[in-house]
Design a protein around this ligand. Structure first.
Ligand SMILES: Nc1ncnc2c1ncn2[C@@H]1O[C@H](COP(=O)(O)OP(=O)(O)O)[C@@H](O)[C@H]1O
Ligand SMILES: [Mg+2]
Length: 219
């Protein structure tokens, strides 16, 4: 059984078909790069995977069960996501870090939090900083840390290295590869052909709202 499965999924807004007849599945442990021209529907596809929006046709299954049969909080715990322009909230970095603990009614695990900041080469005095004053790249890394506090079964990444310099891009790629090696399934939208082939075992190409190809990467 696939971990995530789309069956004839379409998404349209008003009369515009943004995605049509998408039938693809991700197996546990996959690292899938999602590529395609700008405006082809990649981000919309990831939003459907993360339950941020719902299909206008077709069905999505997680672990064999229809998305509709899960509560939004249940799915949120299993499927994490990070977007190119992260949605941060509250006023401080800590407000964002506390959130995944709050929805689980747990106290923040400071040891885990500090070790993640350390892994991303950010000092822990970031915790008291105001999110408004972070650079685009710092926001992207904070958003990644937030999604990794409780490791999800599936991690969805939408151009998460777009605001990072070369060194931080390599750092983040390494972290994502190790997250995948520890069992988390990754779906990663990237513009860089090099990045798309580096770690992925499969490449999903979307063009004009349809699956153009879904192929294994020859290693
Ligand atoms: N909620 C929406 N309402 C109207 N158009 C949308 C909406 N979401 C996405 N689109 C349009 O759908 C197309 C695909 O968008 P998107 O999924 O962001 O593409 P990509 O990530 O591949 O660049 C674009 O033309 C975009 O303008
Ligand atoms: Mg996009």
């Amino acid at each position: 059984m696939s971990l995530l499965e789309f069956k004839h999924v379409a998404f349209s807004v008003a009369d515009k078909n943004i995605l049509s007849d998408i039938s693809v599945s991700a197996e546990a442990g996959d690292f899938i790069s999602v590529v395609g021209p700008s405006g082809s529907g990649k981000s919309t596809f990831l939003k459907l995977c993360s339950d941020l929006i719902s299909p206008t046709k077709g069905e999505i299954f997680y672990d064999g069960k229809n998305f509709m049969d899960y509560s939004p909080v249940e799915l949120r715990k299993e499927i994490g996501y990070c977007f190119q322009i992260p949605h941060l909230f509250g006023s401080t970095v800590m407000d964002n870090i506390k959130f995944p603990y709050a929805i689980r009614k747990k106290k923040p695990d400071m040891e885990r939090i500090k070790s993640l900041f350390d892994q991303f080469r950010m000092s822990d005095d970031y915790l008291n900083r105001d999110v408004e004053n972070l650079s685009g790249g710092e926001k992207q890394r904070l958003s990644l840390i937030r999604s990794m506090l409780f490791m999800p079964k599936i991690l969805l990444l939408d151009e998460v290295t777009s605001a990072l310099d070369v060194d931080n891009t390599l750092l983040v790629e390494d972290i994502i590869a190790s997250v995948n090696a520890s069992g988390t399934t990754i779906l990663w939208i990237t513009h860089s052909p090099e990045q798309s082939r580096k770690y992925a075992n499969k490449i999903l190409t979307i063009e004009e709202g349809r699956v153009k190809s879904f192929e294994e990467v020859a290693k």
